[in-house]
Design a protein. Sequence first.
Length: 293
Amino acid sequence: MELNPPRDPNVITVDVEVVNILCTVRDRKGAFVNDLSRDDFHIREDGRPQEIRYFTREVDTPIVVALLLDVSGSVRRILDIEKNAASRFLAEVLRPADRALFVTFAQTVAVWQDLTSNLDRLNTALQAAHPFDPTRMPEFRPHGGTLLYEAVNLVADKKLARVPGRKAMVIITDGVDSGSIFAAGAAVKAAQNADSIIYGIHYADDGSTARNFSTQGAEALRKLAEPTGGRMFHVSGGLPLETVFKTIREEMRNQYAIGYTSTNRARDGAYRRIEIKTARPGVRVQARQGYYR
């Protein structure tokens, strides 16, 4: 089957490519600012002003959540904690129209539950998930240790790219990528092309993880999340996993959705840098930093 079959000359199509931006706005105290209008926002792409064509405050629009969980050996001791917290997060964030999928990664990437709104299926998959055991699949030859970038790329491209609505990847891992066939930049690009925000949760087993490795893992997650409009969280005594999930849940329910058609009509695969600001002083906008076209 051809991936790009020729178009029927008798069919007229209108190709309007909208650049979609999900953003949150906070004041100096960190509280969400939810009373802004279309006229309060100003967007520039590569320095050029853009006209906002679509604007709404996203509260009830369906959400698609991809939960990615690191199951490599270094997180074995905290895996059950992560599972239980993730289960509560999904139960609290998902509404009837929302959907989620659950993926694990280590030496391989595995989809334990595809997109569904059924919490029972998601919980069953969460509890069943376990580290990859090569002795059970001797014919399989893993090519890495912790395929973080590969998991992000595959989920974005194969699972989220063609799904409408608001999308977020929530990644729980303790360290840097090891062995992916994709680089970090490719993973970010895939997430941006899928219009998906990345929330990176750095959760390390302090009993087995060296400090410098932990720092590298947090930085790797930050570089994945921030270009998409997401954030990196480092789980600690002062910021427990439950609080991180609560923060993510609140952000996803306090978003603005903005859309514009770029004045740059070129399709050269180049990166387009986005700047989004508000006319209101003293607030901070959290949004994607660009996209590829």
